[in-house]
Design a protein around this ligand. Structure first.
Ligand SMILES: *Cc1c(COP(=O)(O)O)cnc(C)c1O
Length: 369
């Protein structure tokens, strides 16, 4: 390590565990003793095939994925799947004239999912979201379509800091589709009623380039005829995710991250640490006499992305906060450009000690201003 120690609170691409970085550095030039680097290894080689299969196996074991699901390694990010989901699932709508799907909009990412899905399926928003987003409204007012092919939700809204404490209820026979891009393997996932669980790797699982879709087997094979090969779950499954060149280096990094999870108490260990980190930071916000504020309904507060305001949204104070935090070695705390303020992303690889450093800084900053 060169330079001064810093803490990465970035929303994504985000912090990668220290030991993973070290191993990747070593193997960059010499993978498994082959004498060639991992990024220059053929995706058709026995070495890579072994890597891909063992990564998949680790996924199944660490996330406790039931045996009637397939793990697919795809391209295009969460955003690619905003199109991939309706393209693959529209045939499951009971309305054959105009296939439809239900969407729960709780923030920026589910909103973007709707904009993309509309091109390929009729979208029914189960409620009209209020802005600014502060959490989902009372469930009794939801207008669900019994003909829907699926019910879509974003398990953790990265920009707005809203996380479902548990999956929403769906109508019988309507599978859930969850975007878990920003809370993948952050606690045990209950697969009940889920058809697809998807996300990009660059927040909780490694580097950008790899997108994972965990798809229930009975939903594979009815994609719209126009579906591009790289978005077709059937095509990808048939080719063991090597329909074209997969993002080999990202898969490699994710394998190391999954091994790191295994060695550090598995998903349950992570869940415990993630809760402790979030509790620490929310307490600092809530016990600041309003100097710091977060207006998300407590039950729906994200454990991963914690947005807050300083001085009720005072632009000068917030700019000073970012500036002084950066000088103290805490990076990437600026809120998303659409909402402003501060956002601390405390994904799996961020430690409790690092959150404590931030909380101590917040107390000092408050005393000073
Ligand atoms: C980051 C993010 C996305 C988009 O991911 P890309 O890989 O950039 O397409 C989608 N959904 C959520 C919840 C995200 O946090």
């Amino acid at each position: 390590m060169t330079g001064k120690r810093v803490i990465n609170f970035g929303a994504g691409p985000a912090k990668i565990p220290e030991t993973v970085m070290e191993q990747a550095e070593r193997e960059f030039r010499n993978f498994n003793g082959t004498g060639i680097g991992v990024a220059e290894t053929s995706h058709r080689s026995a070495q890579f095939t072994e890597l891909l299969n063992s990564t998949k196996k680790l996924f199944v074991e660490e996330l406790h994925i039931p045996s009637n699901y397939e793990v697919l390694f795809l391209h295009g990010g969460g955003t690619g799947q905003f199109a991939g989901v309706p393209l693959n699932l529209s045939a499951f709508s009971k309305n054959k004239e105009q296939p439809t799907a239900d969407y729960i909009v709780t923030g920026a990412w589910s909103g973007k999912a709707v904009d993309e899905a509309k091109k390929f399926i009729h979208v029914n928003k189960v409620f009209e979201p209020t802005k600014p987003y502060t959490g989902p409204p009372v469930v009794d007012t939801w207008k669900r379509d019994p003909d829907a092919a699926y019910l879509y939700y974003c398990a953790n809204e990265t920009v707005h800091g809203i996380e479902f404490p548990k999956a929403p209820e769906t109508l019988p026979g309507v599978p859930l589709v969850a975007d878990v891009s920003s809370n993948f393997i952050s606690k045990r996932f209950d697969f009940t009623d889920h058809g697809i669980v998807l996300g990009g790797a660059q927040k909780n699982l490694g580097t950008a380039g790899l997108t994972v879709a965990i798809v229930r087997q009975d939903l594979i094979g009815k994609e719209q005829p126009i579906t591009p090969g790289i978005l077709s779950y059937a095509e990808m499954l048939k080719n063991n995710s090597v329909y074209n060149t997969p993002s080999t280096f990202s898969i490699y990094i994710t394998k190391l991250v999954l091994e790191w999870i295994r060695e550090n108490g598995g998903v349950d260990g992570l869940a415990e640490r993630n809760q402790a980190k979030a509790d620490l930071l929310y307490q600092a916000i809530d016990n600041s006499d309003g100097f710091y504020s977060n207006n998300i309904v407590p039950e729906y507060r994200s454990r991963m992305n914690i947005p807050f305001r300083v001085g009720g949204g005072d632009a000068d104070l917030e700019a000073a906060f970012i500036k002084e935090a950066t000088a103290a070695g805490m990076l990437c705390l600026k809120g998303h450009r659409s909402v402003g303020g501060i956002r601390a992303s405390i994904y799996n690889s961020v430690t409790l000690d690092e959150v404590q450093v931030l909380v101590d800084f917040m107390a000092e900053f408050k005393a000073k201003h």
